[in-house]
Design a protein around this ligand. Structure first.
Ligand SMILES: *Cc1c(COP(=O)(O)O)cnc(C)c1O
Length: 422
């Protein structure tokens, strides 16, 4: 695709966009009386217009039925977690029995670590990327301490080579090989939250398993953003949140995947609650935990219906659009943004792109390492009606979300950016 830095070109791209009608399915914030240029769908996705109806229906059913809603609501609350499975499975490339919406991301990460990080005196190390999202770092640190291990010794954090910003897959594989005899767990972000690097899930998983380790991914920035095939790639477990690209609302219900290979592994450690108990016996309130097969057996509590209703509304849009079409547009949209940015700062006086240039190694996010006047430029963009993201100490993240951002949005952001540089 040859891009052009003209309004005419951006509008032509929008006219040809098979997903162009999806923008109108979302509420787009207004700043100073103008529709905002919203580029922070990687932080909090926008609200689908259908979300309100889904929530109202649950409020109505609660008002009309009280406790009977568990069985008689139009979407009976007792079985609500089953309603999101099909859509989630298609978004992460899994079987419906391998995924469930539950809890919040960090909670799910801990639940998975309790079951899948089982260190022995010989195998105890965790390999991950350096600079992982803080919550993940705290989870790893506290899990290691929980097992009586020293994070300084047991946590291997891989850094990019000097002068580089992202990890090379070959270096990740080499590190796995180096630590293979002590390795218990390999865990990476699917898409790195800071740099926007999309890791090679298939190759990392293969190498980790070859080394005899368990392999998991935190897909917070990957889900609803890049193509995933967790089942085929043989990933052991994965977790994600759904308020970023999945547009399910602030603090939305999160999700988890466990490969069906582990579906009947009932002997390992896990934390249990009544919603994981075999369905037929759940209300008998008997002694003795008998988990359901698969990921459902990791559920703890009854389903938060309002969060799940919002999740359902948002997932319906993904099912209508299809991840394939979302990805196709995403590659063009992010490519267009990259083209405009590079054109306005050819000599990299103001910024360097941290995010890989190859579409295979990134999703819908470009991270700019600001070399000069970073905070000033960020503030100028904000003042002019763009909602973009600043990460300390010096990074601006821009995420064109293909479901609601247009090529015209990207063009307009380019104009504002150019003005801010002056
Ligand atoms: C957004 C994000 C989180 C947030 O954790 P919550 O438990 O949802 O508050 C954690 N990890 C990563 C990698 C994230 O991108």
């Amino acid at each position: 695709m040859t891009f052009e830095n003209t309004h005419h070109f951006a509008k032509a791209m929008d006219r040809q966009d098979p997903l162009r009608s999806f923008r109108s399915k979302f509420h787009i914030p207004v700043v100073n009386g103008k529709t905002a240029l919203y580029f922070t769908g990687n932080s909090l996705g926008l609200q689908p217009k259908t979300t309100k109806r889904f929530l109202l229906e649950e409020l109505e059913d609660w008002a009309a039925l009280g406790v009977e809603g568990h069985v008689h609501a139009r979407r009976p609350w007792m079985y609500y977690h089953k309603l999101t499975k099909k859509a989630l499975a298609s978004v992460v490339g899994a079987k419906p029995t391998e995924v469930v919406a539950m809890n919040q991301l960090t909670v799910n990460l801990h639940l998975m670590l309790i079951s899948f990080y089982t260190p022995t005196p010989k195998r105890y190390k965790i390999i991950t990327e350096s600079g992982a999202f803080s919550s993940d770092q705290y989870a790893f640190e506290s899990q290691l301490k929980f097992h009586g291990l020293d994070p300084d010794k047991a946590l291997v954090e891989l850094k990019p080579r000097d002068g580089e910003y992202t990890l090379r897959t070959d270096d990740i594989l080499a590190a796995i090989e180096t630590h293979r005899d002590e390795l218990a767990l390999v865990i990476f972000g699917g898409v790195q939250y800071y740099t926007g690097q999309f890791f090679d899930i298939a190759r990392i998983t293969q190498a980790g398993k070859h080394a005899g380790a368990v392999v998991g991914f935190d897909l917070a920035h990957a889900v609803g953003n890049v193509p995933l095939s967790l089942h085929k790639d043989d990933v052991d477990f994965a977790v994600w949140c759904s308020y970023k690209y999945l547009n399910s609302g602030p603090g939305a219900i999160a999700g988890a995947f466990i490969h069906e290979r582990h579906a009947k592994n009932f002997s390992g450690p896990r934390l249990a609650g009544w919603w994981g108990q075999v369905e037929k016996e759940r209300f008998q309130m008997l002694k003795g935990f008998k988990p359901m097969e698969g990921i459902d057996g990791w559920q703890l509590s009854n389903v938060p219906i309002f969060q799940s209703a919002a999740h359902l509304a948002a997932l319906e849009i993904f099912q209508d659009a299809g991840m394939k079409a979302v990805r196709t547009k995403s590659i063009l949209l992010t490519g267009y943004l990259e083209f405009l940015l590079k054109e306005m700062d050819v000599s990299e006086k103001y910024f360097t792109l941290l995010t890989p240039s190859s579409p295979d190694e990134r999703g819908a996010q470009l991270s700019l390492l600001m070399k000069k006047d970073g905070k000033k430029i960020f503030k100028a963009l904000t003042k002019a009606g763009a909602i973009v993201d600043w990460r300390e100490p010096d990074v601006i993240r821009l995420a064109p979300a293909p479901l609601y951002n247009s090529f015209e949005d990207v063009f307009q952001l380019g104009l504002l950016f150019k003005k801010a540089l002056k």
